[in-house]
Write a protein that binds this ligand. Structure first.
Ligand code: FMN
Length: 180
């Protein structure tokens, strides 16, 4: 089983990138867990759909090779960060060549606020409808007050959240088995 993790943040000390590293650590030994870095994805331009930019072609290949996805989203202005939306848009194009189609996906997220990315996560679920992805409903993981649960390098320090990540991966893996 191959899981692909994508964080909607480019910064090194990102809580959401740290969350994916922790998920990678707790992933069961029979599954591989790769993290895709969005730093090489240019801004979407329909004129470039004919010959996809290298980073985008790599993203689409990685999505297609994965059995399931784990998306860690920050919340920007009550919604999905542009970096993540841009990658979702690229992955769905050109029309008729949607790499996200029918992929099982789980959503997680961390932010310093009390709401812990809940608003961004529900916006993301809405986008997954048009992308025709199979989003896991529960368990949900919305981490508020992230500064108390990660160290200065963005590494997760809270063992309860580590346990929750293991539960989400288990649910995601069973979702793959049902959708194959
Ligand atoms: C443009 C911008 C808008 C933000 N809006 C929100 C928000 O609506 N809700 C929230 O919880 N945090 C918001 N934040 C704070 C982010 O949650 C915080 O920067 C977080 O650390 C980003 O995730 P990362 O650590 O993975 O980079 C915002 C940050 C930026 C830069």
């Amino acid at each position: 089983m191959k899981i692909l993790g994508i964080a909607g943040s480019l910064r090194k000390q990102s809580y959401n990138r740290g969350l994916l590293r922790a998920a990678q650590e707790v992933a069961p030994s029979h599954c591989s867990f790769e993290i895709f870095d969005l730093k090489n994805i240019p801004l979407y331009n329909q004129e470039d759909e004919g010959t996809l930019p290298e980073g985008v072609a790599h993203l689409k290949k990685s999505i297609r090779a994965a059995d399931a996805l784990l998306i860690a989203t920050p919340e920007y202005n009550y919604s999905i960060p542009g970096v993540l939306k841009n990658a979702l848009d690229w992955g769905s194009r050109p029309y008729g060549d949607n790499a996200w189609d029918r992929k099982p996906v789980a959503i997680i997220g961390a932010s310093p606020s009390l709401q812990g990315t809940s608003r961004a996560q529900y916006h993301l679920r809405q986008v997954f409808v048009t992308l025709n992805m199979h989003a896991l409903n529960k368990p949900e993981l919305m981490i508020g007050s992230a500064q108390d649960k990660f160290d200065a390098d963005g590494n997760l320090t809270d063992p309860k959240i580590r346990q929750k990540l293991a539960e989400i991966l288990a649910a995601l893996l069973s979702c793959i088995q049902k959708t194959v």
